[in-house]
Write a protein that binds this ligand. Structure first.
Ligand code: NAP
Length: 304
């Protein structure tokens, strides 16, 4: 894979930015990668572990001379950051982001992008429940989707460059419009996270009654919820605040289905439960067939 950008600036040095850095190095996709994080502590960690070719103490210094700037901070922090970097953006440069919500980022960041600078939002559908500069790894994006969400007037050549970067990072790349993206992600990621948070919260309440049994006898279903519910609180607060409509729409549907299943249990309607679970099992099969997960029992954990 050959070099696509001369200088890439990664703003925010958490899971996604650090994985991008290691992936860029693995494939030689950029001449130099600069990095900035708001806290001195994160910048010191980045320097210690060799994350980024140059860690800068100001965001302007990191962005100066970059032909690609990627905002890798929580969705709610992107607008103010775009305002800060606007005066130093190089003409012809591309600004992108990795935020989990797209309509809100476009509304917040778009107005700050100067004439002559390309703005191409993106969202890699890859992550873990870990965060921070030490959580990244080069393989995170391998065989995962990255959705590009070009805005009105996005330059096709600049979009092609960004696509090549994500392909170089190992991703499969697709384009999608912002509203559709936010609805799809509400179904596949945002609502499931909220449900996991809720279930772990319920178990935590119960734990007060049953002492430590919830943790001690934790079975696979609950453990999988706890993994999701361990995700970064700032990131997920921002996701729900900024993808409000789509998430509420999906949660409304979820509640209706839950009531229907609740009723089937109460009335002893085994046929409805069986048919429902048969349908959901087929969806799981589809996800495995699409290469989006492993078929290994208990997610390949080995021992229960
Ligand atoms: P992370 O590991 O928690 O790192 C976030 C980084 O943003 C840190 O360097 C932090 O700086 C910085 N930051 C936080 N608040 C800030 C603020 N108000 N102003 C400036 N910088 C700020 O986060 P991440 O998981 O990489 O997520 C980054 C973005 O990727 C988010 O928009 C998220 O929606 C998106 N995303 C995440 C996942 C995932 O699974 N984690 C997947 C796809 C997309 P300090 O360390 O100095 O505090």
């Amino acid at each position: 894979m050959s070099q696509i950008y001369d200088r890439v600036a990664l703003i925010g040095l958490g899971l996604i930015a650090s994985s991008m850095y290691w992936g860029i190095k693995r494939a030689g996709l950029a001449g130099e990668v600069t990095g900035f994080a708001r806290s001195e502590e994160t910048r010191a960690t980045a320097r210690r572990i060799g994350l980024c070719d140059r860690v800068c103490d100001t965001v302007q210094e990191a962005v100066d001379g970059a032909d690609l700037v990627v905002l890798c901070v929580p969705v709610g922090a992107m607008g103010p950051l775009a305002q800060e970097i606007a005066p130093v953006l190089m003409p012809g440069a591309t600004v992108s982001d990795v935020g989990s919500v797209k309509r809100h980022v476009i509304a917040d960041v778009g107005p700050h992008i100067p004439e002559g600078v390309h703005f191409i939002p993106a969202h890699p559908l890859a992550g873990t429940e870990h965060s921070g500069p030490e959580s990244g790894f080069a393989e995170l994006f391998d065989n995962r989707w990255c959705l590009l969400v070009p805005v009105e007037g996005s330059d096709p050549e600049a979009t092609a460059h960004l696509r090549a970067l994500w392909e170089g990072l190992g991703s499969k790349v697709d384009e999608m419009d912002a509203d559709h993206h936010d609805l799809v992600l509400a179904v596949t990621s945002h609502a499931p996270h909220l449900i996991a948070y809720t279930m772990v919260g319920v178990a935590d309440d119960l734990r007060r009654v049953t002492d430590t049994e919830v943790i001690q006898y934790s079975a696979a279903g609950f453990r999988d919820f706890t993994r999701i519910a361990a995700s970064d609180p700032t990131m997920w607060r921002d996701v729900f605040l900024t993808n409000k409509d789509a998430t509420l729409e999906i949660l409304g549907r979820f509640t209706e289905e839950l009531f229907a299943l609740q009723r089937a249990i109460r009335t002893g309607d085994g046929e409805q439960l069986f048919d429902y679970f048969t349908r959901t099992r087929a969806i799981r099969r589809g996800i495995i067939d699409a290469g989006q997960d492993t078929d290994a029992p208990d997610f390949g954990r080995g021992k229960a």
